[in-house]
Write a protein that binds this ligand. Structure first.
Ligand code: GLN
Length: 252
């Protein structure tokens, strides 16, 4: 049965889940909670009950794909999607949702995009930047790319939300949002607000903003992801240990 033949209202709830198998789960949950959205980490089939939407976080797509299969969650995601659950994949999550992945078989294949994994190079080629995305926000949205894929093309029914240079960075179909960057690793709530609305969840009531200097106090400072314009000016391998108080180095 096609998605259009089903009545989405039977499946849609008011809660957003974050796939909790691997990757940056906490950060997504935190961003949603700041918008007063009810959230749930999702590990097993029962956790999908009543979800209006599911976020597939960034992490490592090979690892995530294996875990999805081992726990049988891949089939549950497809089933719930067909019943009306919206999806948002960030980075590795976008790879999992793509219909086509260069050089490997697709995983869930729920949005007609072609992606190339590690499109910018290695982990050391990670960077931050910002862009104006008028559909989301009146102010520039910060973008964090961590060993990101590139979206090379989109098919019918998929709209480009942001394209930069020779690649597409964010796109959406009516039911699926994909971003190759990590809004959950920035102080901006714009993408989470946008996805909540896509799921039919109203935000705009009580919001708890994130301190703009958040990355100075979070683990993000350990990542040493530099703004794009400083990318080659600052060697990424320069002694982390001299700059950062790690506490007990044995625990790193
Ligand atoms: N490079 C990872 C992959 O191919 C994705 C990285 C990320 O999610 N930040 O799965």
């Amino acid at each position: 049965m096609s998605r259009a033949e089903l009545n989405p209202s039977t499946a849609v709830g008011k809660m957003i889940g974050v796939l909790d198998l691997q990757g940056d789960v906490f950060e997504h949950l935190d961003h949603l909670e700041r918008l007063s959205v009810t959230v749930r980490p999702v590990k097993k089939a029962e956790d999908f009950e009543g979800l209006a939407g599911l976020i597939l976080p960034g992490g490592e797509s090979t690892c995530l794909a294996r875990l999805l299969k081992i726990f049988g969650i891949d089939k549950v995601i497809v089933g719930k999607f067909q019943e009306g659950m919206k999806l948002w994949g960030t980075c590795a999550g976008a790879i999992l949702l793509a219909k086509s992945v260069v050089g490997e078989a697709p995983h869930l294949g729920l949005i007609d995009i072609a992606v190339e994994r590690n499109g910018f190079g290695s982990q050391m080629d990670s960077f931050v930047s910002e862009a104006s995305i008028p559909r989301l926000s009146g102010t520039p949205v910060p973008l964090t790319f961590i060993r990101a894929p590139k979206i090379l093309s989109v098919g019918k029914g998929v709209e480009v939300l942001l394209s930069i240079d020779d690649y597409i960075a964010a796109a959406e179909s009516p039911d699926v949002l994909v971003t190759i960057f990590h809004p959950e690793l920035t102080p901006s709530l714009a993408f989470h607000r946008y996805f909540a609305r896509k799921c039919g969840i109203k935000t705009g009531g009580k919001e708890r903003a994130i301190d703009p200097a958040w990355d100075k106090t979070s683990w993000m400072r350990l990542a040493r992801i530099t703004p794009m314009e400083r990318r080659s000016a600052e060697p990424l391998t320069k002694g982390l240990r001299q700059e950062i108080d790690y506490g007990n180095p044995e625990r790193i």
